[in-house]
Design a protein around this ligand. Structure first.
Ligand code: SF4
Length: 337
């Protein structure tokens, strides 16, 4: 099972698990407030995968060769006792690394229990450190200081080299590019600039609103000397660079201008148990139904293996073709970025 390859000979190495469709933020490019307001009905608890069901799915993926799991959402820290799930996942043989992507607003008070439960790494989504832009992009009247304080505390409690993910949108937060580097350059945390993507169907994405990795680099080089670094491993999502005078690493995720589908080893599980093989997928395979109907682990293994073997996703490389057609994608907060 370990070397199961898809149609493009890509193994599966990374599993991203969305544990909830809920979030305390309303980021404009993911969950715009106009759509996901007070009256929006999120999934009832019983329709979410429970931790035992998630554990079963993760066990199968470990047999297929997955060694890294990322917990996402929505906002994973709104799911109660998430530590219990992390504990279960960290006991699965073959799983070497468990990471979480969070907006950081609920992080500070959870750091000790997350650490004890076996969480290895934290990525914080932070699009700006200036309060006005932070509020505009997060769609909430929240204080950015709370997120910055949680990041500092995470470092103090042993979570080093946090990834700080910033989605850069033209005429919205390009001024934050240098702000973020100035703020984090001595911290050991790694700022990663993400090209604005056409995730989901509701953010009104247009290519003209994208600032490419090349343009962001020009903005950075207007102040800093930078050097490109080699990738840590094949298939690494981010392109790595360093601020030479500060030995501060930073990076880019360039799905629009420099797609990286050829080395994509990521599978995703939605909060209600669909197996999705691309961030921009328009459908997924329901695993919750066979699990709740009592399928054996061998049957579950076969279902998941068959999906991966048939996989031929390369959305970012053929985006222009699909954006022309009426291609309706799964919303990002359901598959967790
Ligand atoms: S667009 Fe899909 S296939 Fe390409 S890198 Fe992203 S998730 Fe992987």
């Amino acid at each position: 099972m370990k070397n199961t390859l898809d149609k493009f000979n890509r193994p599966v190495r990374d599993l991203r698990i969305s544990v909830t469709d809920r979030c305390n933020f309303r980021c404009t490019y993911c969950m715009p407030k106009e759509v996901y307001g007070e009256s929006f009905k999120f999934l009832p608890r019983k329709e979410l995968l429970d931790f035992n069901e998630i554990e079963r799915i993760a066990q199968t993926f470990a047999k297929l060769g997955v060694n890294k799991i990322r917990i996402t959402g929505g906002e994973p820290l709104v799911r109660k006792i998430i530590e219990e799930l992390i504990q279960k996942l960290s006991n699965i043989s073959g799983i070497e690394d468990i990471a979480m992507t969070t907006n950081g607003y609920l992080l500070e008070s959870k750091l000790d229990s997350l650490k004890q439960s076996g969480l290895n790494r934290i990525t914080v989504s932070l699009d700006s450190i200036d309060s006005k832009t932070f509020k505009k992009m997060s769609g909430q009247n929240f204080e950015v200081e709370k997120v910055l304080s949680a990041i500092k505390s995470a470092n103090d409690k042993g979570f080093k080299n946090l990834k700080i993910n910033c989605v850069v949108q033209k005429n919205v937060n390009e001024h934050s590019i240098l702000d973020l580097l100035d703020y984090f350059r001595d911290s050991g945390n790694i700022v990663r600039f993400i090209e604005y993507m056409d995730v989901g169907n509701l953010n009104g994405w247009e290519l003209k609103d994208v600032i490419s990795i090349k343009e962001i680099l020009e903005i950075i080089e207007s102040k800093y000397k930078v050097k490109k670094l080699n990738e840590n491993y094949q298939g690494e999502v981010a392109k790595r660079y360093i601020l030479e005078d500060y030995s501060a690493e930073f990076g880019f995720i360039s799905s629009v201008s420099q797609p990286f589908c050829s080395t994509c080893t990521r599978a995703r599980i939605t909060m209600d148990g669909k197996l999705v093989t691309c961030l921009f997928a328009n459908s997924g395979i329901d695993l919750r139904k066979p699990i709740r109907e009592g399928c054996s682990s061998e049957e579950l293994d076969q279902i998941i293996k068959d999906v991966w073997i048939k996989r031929k996703d390369q959305y970012s490389e053929i985006r222009h073709e699909l954006t022309k057609s009426n291609y309706k994608k799964i919303e990002m907060f359901q598959i967790g970025g």
